[in-house]
Design a protein around this ligand. Structure first.
Ligand SMILES: [Zn+2]
Length: 216
Protein backbone atom coordinates (compact mmCIF):
# COMPACT_ATOMS: atom_id res chain seq x y z
CA UNK A 1 0.00 0.00 0.00
CA UNK A 2 1.25 3.48 -0.84
CA UNK A 3 2.08 5.90 1.92
CA UNK A 4 -0.77 8.23 2.86
CA UNK A 5 -0.41 11.89 1.88
CA UNK A 6 -1.98 14.19 4.46
CA UNK A 7 -1.49 17.83 3.60
CA UNK A 8 -2.71 21.29 4.36
CA UNK A 9 -2.13 24.56 2.49
CA UNK A 10 -1.51 27.92 4.10
CA UNK A 11 -1.10 31.18 2.24
CA UNK A 12 -2.95 34.43 1.74
CA UNK A 13 -6.22 34.59 -0.23
CA UNK A 14 -5.30 34.93 -3.90
CA UNK A 15 -2.00 33.02 -3.55
CA UNK A 16 -3.40 30.12 -5.59
CA UNK A 17 -4.07 27.59 -2.79
CA UNK A 18 -7.26 26.29 -4.38
CA UNK A 19 -5.61 25.69 -7.75
CA UNK A 20 -2.57 23.94 -6.22
CA UNK A 21 -4.73 21.89 -3.84
CA UNK A 22 -6.82 20.72 -6.81
CA UNK A 23 -3.66 19.69 -8.72
CA UNK A 24 -2.27 17.85 -5.68
CA UNK A 25 -5.63 16.11 -5.25
CA UNK A 26 -5.59 14.89 -8.88
CA UNK A 27 -1.92 13.89 -8.73
CA UNK A 28 -2.21 11.70 -5.60
CA UNK A 29 -5.89 10.69 -6.05
CA UNK A 30 -6.82 12.09 -2.65
CA UNK A 31 -9.81 14.29 -1.74
CA UNK A 32 -9.46 18.07 -1.97
CA UNK A 33 -11.30 19.38 1.08
CA UNK A 34 -12.24 23.02 1.46
CA UNK A 35 -14.29 24.35 4.37
CA UNK A 36 -16.68 26.15 2.03
CA UNK A 37 -17.35 22.94 0.08
CA UNK A 38 -17.76 20.98 3.33
CA UNK A 39 -20.30 23.42 4.74
CA UNK A 40 -22.34 23.37 1.54
CA UNK A 41 -22.19 19.57 1.40
CA UNK A 42 -23.21 19.14 5.07
CA UNK A 43 -26.17 21.46 4.52
CA UNK A 44 -27.16 19.62 1.33
CA UNK A 45 -26.99 16.23 3.06
CA UNK A 46 -28.75 17.65 6.15
CA UNK A 47 -26.39 16.07 8.67
CA UNK A 48 -26.90 17.20 12.30
CA UNK A 49 -24.02 19.66 11.99
CA UNK A 50 -25.22 20.73 8.56
CA UNK A 51 -28.63 21.62 9.99
CA UNK A 52 -26.97 23.63 12.76
CA UNK A 53 -24.72 25.45 10.30
CA UNK A 54 -27.67 26.20 8.02
CA UNK A 55 -29.67 27.75 10.88
CA UNK A 56 -26.69 29.91 11.86
CA UNK A 57 -26.03 31.05 8.29
CA UNK A 58 -29.72 31.82 7.73
CA UNK A 59 -29.50 34.22 10.67
CA UNK A 60 -26.60 35.87 8.85
CA UNK A 61 -24.05 34.88 11.50
CA UNK A 62 -20.57 33.42 11.16
CA UNK A 63 -20.34 29.66 11.62
CA UNK A 64 -18.47 29.13 14.92
CA UNK A 65 -15.26 27.11 15.23
CA UNK A 66 -16.93 24.08 16.87
CA UNK A 67 -19.43 23.70 14.02
CA UNK A 68 -16.72 24.05 11.34
CA UNK A 69 -14.43 21.58 13.10
CA UNK A 70 -17.38 19.18 13.54
CA UNK A 71 -17.94 19.23 9.81
CA UNK A 72 -14.23 18.70 9.16
CA UNK A 73 -14.27 15.72 11.54
CA UNK A 74 -17.24 14.13 9.72
CA UNK A 75 -15.44 14.59 6.41
CA UNK A 76 -12.06 13.25 7.56
CA UNK A 77 -13.68 10.15 9.10
CA UNK A 78 -14.88 8.96 5.69
CA UNK A 79 -13.12 6.06 3.99
CA UNK A 80 -11.99 8.10 0.98
CA UNK A 81 -9.63 10.07 3.27
CA UNK A 82 -7.66 6.96 4.31
CA UNK A 83 -5.14 7.29 1.43
CA UNK A 84 -4.74 10.94 2.43
CA UNK A 85 -6.33 14.33 1.88
CA UNK A 86 -5.45 17.92 1.07
CA UNK A 87 -7.03 20.62 3.24
CA UNK A 88 -7.58 24.06 1.74
CA UNK A 89 -9.01 26.94 3.78
CA UNK A 90 -8.87 25.04 7.07
CA UNK A 91 -7.55 25.56 9.67
CA UNK A 92 -7.83 29.35 9.65
CA UNK A 93 -7.02 30.02 13.30
CA UNK A 94 -4.87 28.50 16.03
CA UNK A 95 -8.08 27.32 17.76
CA UNK A 96 -9.02 25.42 14.58
CA UNK A 97 -5.46 24.06 14.23
CA UNK A 98 -5.62 22.62 17.76
CA UNK A 99 -9.02 21.09 16.99
CA UNK A 100 -7.64 19.57 13.78
CA UNK A 101 -4.75 18.03 15.70
CA UNK A 102 -7.24 16.42 18.11
CA UNK A 103 -9.33 15.02 15.26
CA UNK A 104 -6.30 13.56 13.49
CA UNK A 105 -4.95 12.06 16.73
CA UNK A 106 -8.31 10.33 17.25
CA UNK A 107 -8.08 8.95 13.71
CA UNK A 108 -4.39 8.02 14.08
CA UNK A 109 -3.74 10.02 10.92
CA UNK A 110 -1.29 12.81 11.72
CA UNK A 111 -0.78 15.70 9.34
CA UNK A 112 2.45 15.15 7.42
CA UNK A 113 3.12 18.40 5.67
CA UNK A 114 1.87 21.98 5.72
CA UNK A 115 2.67 23.91 2.57
CA UNK A 116 2.98 27.65 2.99
CA UNK A 117 2.44 29.36 -0.37
CA UNK A 118 4.33 32.64 -0.35
CA UNK A 119 3.27 35.39 -2.73
CA UNK A 120 4.01 39.08 -2.02
CA UNK A 121 0.90 41.18 -1.28
CA UNK A 122 1.57 43.50 -4.22
CA UNK A 123 1.64 40.53 -6.63
CA UNK A 124 -1.66 39.24 -5.22
CA UNK A 125 -3.14 42.70 -5.67
CA UNK A 126 -1.86 42.81 -9.28
CA UNK A 127 -3.24 39.33 -10.02
CA UNK A 128 -6.63 40.11 -8.46
CA UNK A 129 -7.23 43.67 -9.61
CA UNK A 130 -6.33 42.81 -13.24
CA UNK A 131 -9.11 40.23 -13.53
CA UNK A 132 -12.01 41.02 -15.82
CA UNK A 133 -15.14 39.00 -16.51
CA UNK A 134 -17.48 39.12 -19.51
CA UNK A 135 -20.98 40.30 -18.53
CA UNK A 136 -22.57 38.18 -21.26
CA UNK A 137 -20.75 34.83 -21.32
CA UNK A 138 -18.70 34.88 -18.09
CA UNK A 139 -15.34 34.38 -19.85
CA UNK A 140 -12.31 35.36 -17.75
CA UNK A 141 -9.55 37.77 -18.77
CA UNK A 142 -6.61 39.50 -17.16
CA UNK A 143 -5.34 42.95 -18.16
CA UNK A 144 -1.70 41.79 -17.88
CA UNK A 145 -1.63 37.99 -18.23
CA UNK A 146 -4.55 37.33 -20.59
CA UNK A 147 -5.74 40.61 -22.15
CA UNK A 148 -8.65 40.74 -24.62
CA UNK A 149 -7.84 41.68 -28.25
CA UNK A 150 -10.00 44.80 -27.96
CA UNK A 151 -9.91 46.66 -24.61
CA UNK A 152 -12.96 46.00 -22.38
CA UNK A 153 -14.55 43.65 -25.00
CA UNK A 154 -14.90 39.87 -24.83
CA UNK A 155 -13.00 38.02 -27.60
CA UNK A 156 -15.68 35.33 -27.67
CA UNK A 157 -18.95 37.27 -27.74
CA UNK A 158 -18.08 40.98 -27.83
CA UNK A 159 -19.69 41.49 -24.41
CA UNK A 160 -18.56 44.16 -21.98
CA UNK A 161 -15.82 43.19 -19.50
CA UNK A 162 -16.15 44.26 -15.87
CA UNK A 163 -14.31 43.94 -12.57
CA UNK A 164 -16.01 41.94 -9.81
CA UNK A 165 -16.35 43.75 -6.43
CA UNK A 166 -14.29 40.91 -4.91
CA UNK A 167 -11.35 41.87 -7.13
CA UNK A 168 -11.25 45.56 -6.21
CA UNK A 169 -8.03 46.67 -4.56
CA UNK A 170 -9.63 47.80 -1.27
CA UNK A 171 -11.43 44.44 -0.93
CA UNK A 172 -8.29 42.45 -1.75
CA UNK A 173 -6.21 44.47 0.74
CA UNK A 174 -8.87 43.95 3.45
CA UNK A 175 -8.79 40.16 2.91
CA UNK A 176 -4.99 40.20 3.11
CA UNK A 177 -5.14 42.14 6.41
CA UNK A 178 -7.61 39.62 7.89
CA UNK A 179 -5.32 36.79 6.80
CA UNK A 180 -2.27 38.46 8.36
CA UNK A 181 -4.13 38.86 11.65
CA UNK A 182 -5.96 35.51 11.94
CA UNK A 183 -4.14 32.92 9.85
CA UNK A 184 -0.50 34.00 9.58
CA UNK A 185 0.12 32.90 13.23
CA UNK A 186 -0.41 29.34 11.95
CA UNK A 187 2.85 29.61 10.01
CA UNK A 188 4.75 29.77 13.32
CA UNK A 189 2.45 27.15 14.85
CA UNK A 190 3.30 24.58 12.16
CA UNK A 191 6.92 25.66 11.79
CA UNK A 192 7.42 24.98 15.52
CA UNK A 193 6.02 21.46 14.94
CA UNK A 194 8.43 20.83 12.07
CA UNK A 195 5.63 20.38 9.51
CA UNK A 196 5.95 23.58 7.52
CA UNK A 197 7.57 23.97 4.12
CA UNK A 198 7.68 27.37 2.42
CA UNK A 199 6.85 27.30 -1.29
CA UNK A 200 7.54 30.30 -3.52
CA UNK A 201 4.17 30.80 -5.21
CA UNK A 202 5.23 33.75 -7.33
CA UNK A 203 5.47 31.90 -10.67
CA UNK A 204 3.36 30.19 -13.32
CA UNK A 205 0.89 27.57 -12.03
CA UNK A 206 2.90 24.58 -13.39
CA UNK A 207 6.18 25.90 -11.96
CA UNK A 208 4.59 26.35 -8.54
CA UNK A 209 3.14 22.82 -8.75
CA UNK A 210 6.63 21.40 -9.37
CA UNK A 211 7.83 23.23 -6.25
CA UNK A 212 4.82 21.93 -4.28
CA UNK A 213 5.59 18.32 -5.25
CA UNK A 214 9.24 18.80 -4.28
CA UNK A 215 8.17 20.11 -0.85
CA UNK A 216 5.79 17.22 -0.07
ZN1 LIG B 1 -18.18 37.02 -23.59
Amino acid sequence: MEKAVRLCFLGPPGAGKGTQAEMVSAHFHIPHISTGDMLREAVREQTELGKRAQAIMERGELVPDDVVTGIVRERLERADCRPGFVLDGFPRTVVQANALQGILEDLHQPLERVLNLIVPDDIIVLRSTGRRVCRQCGANYHLVFNPPAVPDRCDLCGGELYQRDDDREATVRRRLAVYAEQTAPLVDYYRARGLLRDVDGNAAVDTVFTRVLAAI
